[in-house]
Design a protein around this ligand. Structure first.
Ligand code: ADP
Length: 470
């Protein structure tokens, strides 16, 4: 592995996780082993003490059964042979004089306990202590115990076996610990790599997308863990971005398309004014038509900007108390002549007044756009009915017509910018009216619903919160 790879490795999350794993593994194993070692040492020590206590009781029984002779015999039997290096006995009488002892040549440094009999004047409870004799490698555990009235026996036992056992235990723990630490690293590395595989897949996909492959998506495994959630969220985000890009592309295509025809017309009429030697009145009419065309273009561009401003949340609402009934009445008045021309009846079913907090101008444009559409897309002898339901906190203003209607596929698209249904292309329009209405209603915290049946008519319902806070 070259130096650069090693340097890169140093910054990987996998390595950091591995080191954490191995560290935590090592520390917790050491603590567990230390605890186990202390417990084992305690058990061994207690066992030794228990054995010594039992020995005292045994010698008390020998004393009862066979007197001093029997005790002395047992003492020499117990300390015979190799045992002589492991155990010693000393016996004192009521006057404090030593009555018997085994060979103490291997136990140099043993002190003579002063007034040992006196110490047991009030109690028979044996006295245990650990001795460190100068010429013995291992410590000695000793017990003083009463085996007959006034007679104190000391039994000393080398702790060599215990210490050898504990040293072996310690070595065993060290070997196991070293093995755990040695294996903990690779296992931690393997687990960290495994856990991070999903992240690597996401990084790879993001890199591919960065290089232009916008259709790539992360494979979602069926494990339902955090990485799956991340992958799914990542894919959803990509879908959303993709939809936005497609939407923007469509919008710019539509904008370009919608700008081309009027600009062509403007150019043609400018050319005609320049080249034709018509009358002044003719030239003035052409200039007026060109100005009108320019106005339409400007309106389209301004509407697009208004929608963008409302959708981005940058629109500053001029909130006042608005009477919706009055606002709808004004709009009806405005469209009445157009409706009469087309022989479309506009009927209203409104309460006396209905106040909301909102931006009057924007709400006027919303109602005007919907009413304009209703009249525009309703053939002669049709009917447009406006109703206001103000019983709930959420007001419902519905504009119903008996017009062309919209197919179910298209109802989902009519709120997109520049979208126009094929069958309505014969009417004037730029496909921005509904987008604008929806954007304005949404900045008021409301929504627009549509219910439509082709050839039967449509109902557009504006839902508005009554007390829209500033
Ligand atoms: P336009 O300027 O084309 O009216 P809109 O955004 O207002 O643009 O509407 C988008 C499309 O939705 C219209 O082109 C039309 O096809 C359809 N539409 C809107 N309102 C109605 C309606 N009341 N009846 C039938 N179709 C409608």
């Amino acid at each position: 592995m070259c130096l650069k790879t090693l340097r890169n490795l140093r910054h990987t999350l996998a390595l950091r996780l591995t080191l954490w794993y191995a560290g935590i593994f090592a520390v917790s194993s050491t603590l567990a082993f230390a605890l186990a070692y202390v417990l084992i040492a305690e058990v061994v020590r207690e066992q030794t003490d228990e054995d010594l206590r039992e020995d005292i009781q045994e010698y008390a029984a020998f004393m009862r059964l066979g007197g001093l002779d029997r005790v002395e015999t047992e003492m020499s039997v117990d300390s015979e042979g190799g045992e002589g290096h492991q155990v010693f006995f000393r016996l004192w009488g009521p006057d404090g004089r030593q009555l018997a002892a085994t060979d103490l040549s291997a136990w140099t440094g043993l002190s003579e306990p002063k007034g040992i009999s006196a110490r047991f004047a009030d109690t028979d409870e044996p006295i245990l202590e650990t001795l460190a004799l100068p010429r013995r490698e291992h410590k000695v555990r000793s017990i003083y115990g009463v085996i007959a009235p006034g007679m104190v026996l000391q039994i000393g036992e080398s702790l060599e076996n215990n210490e050898v056992f504990m040293a072996a235990t310690f070595r065993g723990f060290l070997i196991v610990l070293a093995t755990i630490v040695a294996f903990g690293g690779p296992i931690g590395w393997f687990m960290a790599r495994r856990a991070l595989r999903g992240v690597q897949a996401i990084t790879r996909t993001a890199t591919e997308i960065m290089h232009g492959n916008l259709d790539r998506r992360v494979a979602v495994r069926a494990q339902g863990d955090e990485l799956d959630t991340l992958a799914r969220t990542f894919n959803l985000m990509l879908d959303r971005i993709h939809a936005l890009i497609v939407g923007m592309r469509e919008m710019t295509d539509n904008l370009a398309h919608d700008l081309r025809s009027p600009l062509g017309r403007i150019r043609a009429s400018a050319e005609m004014i320049l080249t034709r030697n018509g009358s002044k009145a003719e030239a003035e009419a052409m200039v007026a038509a060109t100005a009108e065309e320019c106005d339409r273009l400007l309106e389209m561009i301004n509407t697009t900007l208004d929608i963008a401003e409302a959708e981005s949340g940058a629109a500053k609402l001029k909130l006042t108390e608005v009477d919706l009934v009055e606002l709808v009445g004004d709009a009806v008045e405005l469209f009445q002549p157009l409706a009469e021309d087309k022989q479309v009846t506009i009927a209203v079913d409104l309460p006396n007044a209905c106040r909301v907090r909102g931006d009057r101008q924007r709400l006027q444009r919303v109602v005007a756009n919907l009413l304009d559409n209703a009249v525009k897309y309703t053939p002669s002898d049709g009917r447009v009915t406006i109703k206001l339901d103000d019983r709930d906190e959420r007001l419902r203003l519905s504009i119903q017509d008996t017009g062309l209607g919209i197919s179910p596929d298209e109802t989902t698209r009519i709120f997109e910018r520049f979208y126009r249904c094929d069958r309505s292309r014969s009417e004037l329009g730029n496909g921005l009216g509904l987008s604008l209405a929806l954007a304005f209603v949404r900045v008021h915290g409301g929504d627009i619903a549509v219910d439509s049946t082709p050839e039967r008519g449509s109902t557009f319902t504006i839902m508005l919160p009554r007390l829209h806070a500033a």
